[in-house]
Design a protein around this ligand. Structure first.
Ligand code: PA5
Length: 450
């Protein structure tokens, strides 16, 4: 079960101030559940976990099993919301050294990602490895027109067709896209790829519990029914609890907005296990694209402790006091590992002999929290007992619901991302896309004179 603790912010924002936000939080919830707030065309994520159809889950599992059966590697192509959720869940649940295991040891193919960057070496090196391996591709794009994954898919489609022939390639490709529009849908129909639909009313960064996340997660060998069950539990809690204190998502949304109003404009999400690195990346995208607009928004940053205590720790302890931190605490690791006794004790660590690494890590976490609060950094804690599908489902829904409420408290539309278009227009113009001629000369002028 997921727990939120905001008691370590009370020396910065009082409990009374948080409780005084009840009316605002209730209004944000009213907007959300009556679909009368900004961006209300994109509220499909709100009841996905409880509304998902059994048949859809069965189809996803069947396709995942088919791809897994004839692949050592599955390349998942997508960017932003069409990539980060799957990567976050797969990384959180996987063995940290997955690429070094065999398919039999993993009990699933290795999942790798492409099209979330345009690195030439990255894609070249991956294709080179795939020359000698059986693999499949899951290509994901809601719009079906995003440049980065579209270029990557062009590369991998050609590679698969050369390797398995046109018909064979079809069996190694699944597409997740819009039900009717976009170049990817057109291509998938023309080539006969198995296709899954991203609902119209679910935006990219809220789509991990649709086939966008579920198909790659199932292909990686994880239990998507349990993931959805955990999310469904959280959906019910978030819907039924109407006071801030008993609603974890509302509590988190209220706390971060209260801190923002006191000048804490940067939130640093931290975890003490590398398994959560991509949960942090997914959260950064969710909150960054949802809130950073109209000159407003808490800047979402992330750190992985204890590694980053040796890089960002100094800044966090003593830098500009504009930050607060939220720590995801996983109470129990999967395995047990004790610090061994050493008769010579040359490293003087025998005071730790027999202790679990988890205990050392926990003391690092508590020590960090106390030092940071003392140093002027409010601390919010979000705890789960262990990393499993149910808890990750709950965590995902918790952050999504809190993000929506938080965006409404901030007064923005949490479901659009108009700012992302600016770089795309410039890139198209600079690459000579038809229709962008006048912008091209304007930009070339600017580049020339800079
Ligand atoms: O959250 C979002 O909407 C974006 O990050 C998109 O997911 C991202 O731009 C990819 O878009 P698409 O799925 O259309 O390729």
């Amino acid at each position: 079960m997921l727990k939120t603790d905001i008691s370590r912010i009370y020396s910065f924002v009082s409990a009374e101030e948080i409780n005084a936000m009840q009316h605002e939080v209730s209004e944000a919830n009213r907007l959300l559940y009556s679909a009368s707030g900004k961006g209300s065309d994109f509220l499909g994520w709100r009841d996905l976990p409880t509304q998902v159809k059994e048949q859809e889950i069965a189809d996803i599992k069947e396709c995942a099993a088919k791809l897994a059966s004839h692949s050592d590697i599955i390349v998942v192509i997508g960017i932003g919301g069409s990539y980060l959720g799957a990567r976050a869940v797969i990384d959180a649940l996987s063995d940290n050294f997955n690429p070094l295991l065999t398919k039999e040891e993993r009990k699933a193919p290795l999942i790798v990602f492409a099209g979330e960057n345009i690195g030439e070496d990255y894609h070249y090196e991956l294709l080179k490895i795939l020359d000698h391996r059986d693999y499949s591709v899951i290509v994901i794009s809601k719009s079906g027109t995003t440049t980065e994954p579209a270029i990557a898919f062009r590369l991998f489609k050609a590679h698969l067709e050369k390797k398995y022939g046109d018909l064979g390639a079809r069996d190694h490709i699944a597409a997740v896209t819009d039900k009717a529009k976009g170049a990817l849908k057109k291509l998938a129909d023309a080539k006969g790829y198995q296709t899954f639909v991203i609902p119209d009313n679910v935006g990219g960064r809220f789509s991990v519990l649709t086939p966008v996340g579920l198909l790659p997660i199932a292909a990686a060998g994880f239990d998507i029914s349990a993931l959805l069950a955990g999310a469904a539990d959280m959906e019910r809690i978030c819907k039924s609890a109407d006071d801030i204190e008993s609603n974890p998502a509302d509590l988190y949304a209220a706390a971060r907005n209260a801190l923002y109003r006191k000048g804490k404009s940067i939130e640093i999400l931290a975890a003490f296990t590398p398994n959560l690195n991509y949960i942090i990346e997914w959260w950064k995208q969710l909150y960054g694209e949802s809130e950073g607009k109209e000159g407003k928004g808490i800047f979402p940053a992330g750190v992985n402790f204890t590694a980053d205590l040796h890089s960002m720790g100094q800044w966090m302890q003593e830098g500009t006091r504009s930050i607060f931190e939220t720590v995801i605490n996983v109470e129990a690791p999967k395995y047990t590992l004790l610090v061994p006794n050493d008769a010579e004790n040359l490293d003087e660590l025998n005071f730790l002999s027999g202790k679990r690494l988890a205990e050392v890590n926990r003391m690092a976490e508590l020590g960090t929290m106390l030092a940071h609060v003392e140093g002027g950094v409010p601390n919010i804690s979000v705890s789960i007992d262990k990393l499993n599908e149910e808890n990750l489902g709950a965590l995902i829904y918790f952050f999504e619901k809190a993000c929506a409420v938080s965006g409404y408290l901030l007064g923005v539309n949490p479901f659009d991302q108009p700012g992302v278009e600016a770089y795309k227009k410039n890139m198209f113009a600079l690459l000579g896309k038809p229709g962008f001629e006048s912008l091209k000369s304007e930009l070339e002028g600017k580049l020339g004179s800079s």
